[in-house]
Design a protein around this ligand. Structure first.
Ligand code: GAR
Length: 196
């Protein structure tokens, strides 16, 4: 699991594992690029191993990705989930895990996605455009930001008077926290089947 911030999507996955919704995989490691991420506290509370790999401290994207690849290998990771991870990964990295990296994005791709569209900015853009429906997408990650094959999407209504913060919360509650655990379970089951 790669995280950068609050980690509510990570929490949804931890809860899904505890409730038995996720049964074909196990959260082994949570890596953050930011040592202050509350997501790390959530992982520690759930007894999951954590690591911090800082791009700033390592000095370059290549050094950051080398360290990340090494850590994932050491831990025998089969599936990488970007759960609010705010670093764009290079082709070199995504090629090392073809259809083995999932991302959750807070819009209906191909709307409001790609470079610069992350976190609250996505909801600001949706409100500025005036769309009446938005949502969330879980997709595989390749070298194109938000460009990999779509796994699941869920629509969410925009309401009169929504602020970016209110909309973000609704998209999380109604869409992200539901389709991310379902997608992780679906892909984990496929990986398990291939291995068997
Ligand atoms: C989530 O809304 C996630 O979809 C978004 O950031 C938020 C992280 O929240 N991710 C992106 O915008 C990626 N392009 P969280 O840390 O509470 O899960």
């Amino acid at each position: 699991m790669l995280v950068s911030g609050g980690g509510t999507n990570l929490q949804a996955l931890i809860d899904a594992q505890q409730s038995g919704l996720i049964k074909n995989g196990e959260i082994v490691l949570v890596v953050s690029n930011n040592k202050g991420a509350f997501a790390l506290t959530r992982a520690e509370k759930a007894g999951i191993a954590t690591a911090v790999i800082s791009k700033k401290e390592l000095g370059s994207q290549d050094a950051f990705e080398d360290k990340l690849l090494e850590t994932l290998k050491e831990n025998g990771i089969d599936l990488i989930v970007l759960a609010g991870f705010m670093v764009i990964l290079s082709k070199r990295f995504t090629d090392a895990y073809p259809e083995r990296i999932l991302n959750v994005h807070p819009s209906l791709i191909p709307a409001f996605c790609g470079e610069g569209f992350y976190g609250l900015h996505v909801h600001e853009a949706a409100l500025a455009y005036g769309v009446k429906v938005t949502g969330a997408t879980v997709h595989f990650v390749n070298e194109i930001p938000d460009g990999g094959r779509i796994i699941m999407q869920k629509a969410v209504e925009i309401k009169e008077g929504d602020t970016p913060e209110v909309l973000q919360r609704r998209v999380m509650e109604e869409a992200e926290w539901k389709i991310l655990p379902l997608s992780v379970e679906q892909v984990s089951a496929q990986i398990k089947e291939k291995k068997a």
